[in-house]
Write a protein that binds this ligand. Structure first.
Ligand code: ATP
Length: 136
């Protein structure tokens, strides 16, 4: 069965949206397999965001992800990876489609990093790699 790693980022946790976000993923029909609240380590984030190392938003992104606890979860279901990404919406929350998590709950706060509430794996390979980082 396909799995994906979902993170509710520190902005979502701080705004008390964790439950609403999890509920939307469950309501779409995916199964919650694991869930925990954790404060990330820099090492975990360096692994998680290795593909972005060196980009201008990389350091602000890591600092943001260290700024408070996150919810790490594994959801399961046929085509859950693309299904969650459709539910999350596009990266920029200002223009993410209404009806999506980012589109309904997020906006640009004028910071160096897009605070866009959630992360979801983008492929089966990424999902298995990321699950290993957050659920070692
Ligand atoms: P995708 O863009 O593939 O849908 P994603 O939304 O997770 O995935 P990534 O491109 O993997 O976005 O970037 C990781 C995170 O870095 C984003 O979710 C966002 O928080 C931040 N980010 C990405 N691009 C920018 C940018 N140009 N400026 C500021 N922050 C950014």
């Amino acid at each position: 069965i396909e799995r994906t790693l979902v993170l509710v980022k520190p902005d979502g946790v701080a705004r008390n949206l964790s439950g609403a976000i999890v509920a939307r993923i469950e309501a779409k029909g995916y199964t919650l397999a694991e869930l925990k609240k954790v404060t990330a380590t820099r090492g975990q984030l360096e692994q998680h965001y290795a593909e972005h190392a060196g980009k201008p938003f990389y350091e602000p992104l890591v600092e943001f992800m260290l700024s408070g606890p996150v919810i790490a979860a594994i959801f399961e279901g046929h085509r859950v990876i693309e299904g969650f990404r459709a539910l999350a919406g596009t990266t920029d929350p200002t223009t993410a489609a209404p009806g999506t998590i980012r589109g309904d709950f997020g906006r640009d706060w004028g910071l160096k990093v897009q605070q866009n509430l959630v992360h979801g794996s983008d492929s089966v390979e990424s999902a298995e790699r990321e699950i290993g980082i957050w659920f070692a």
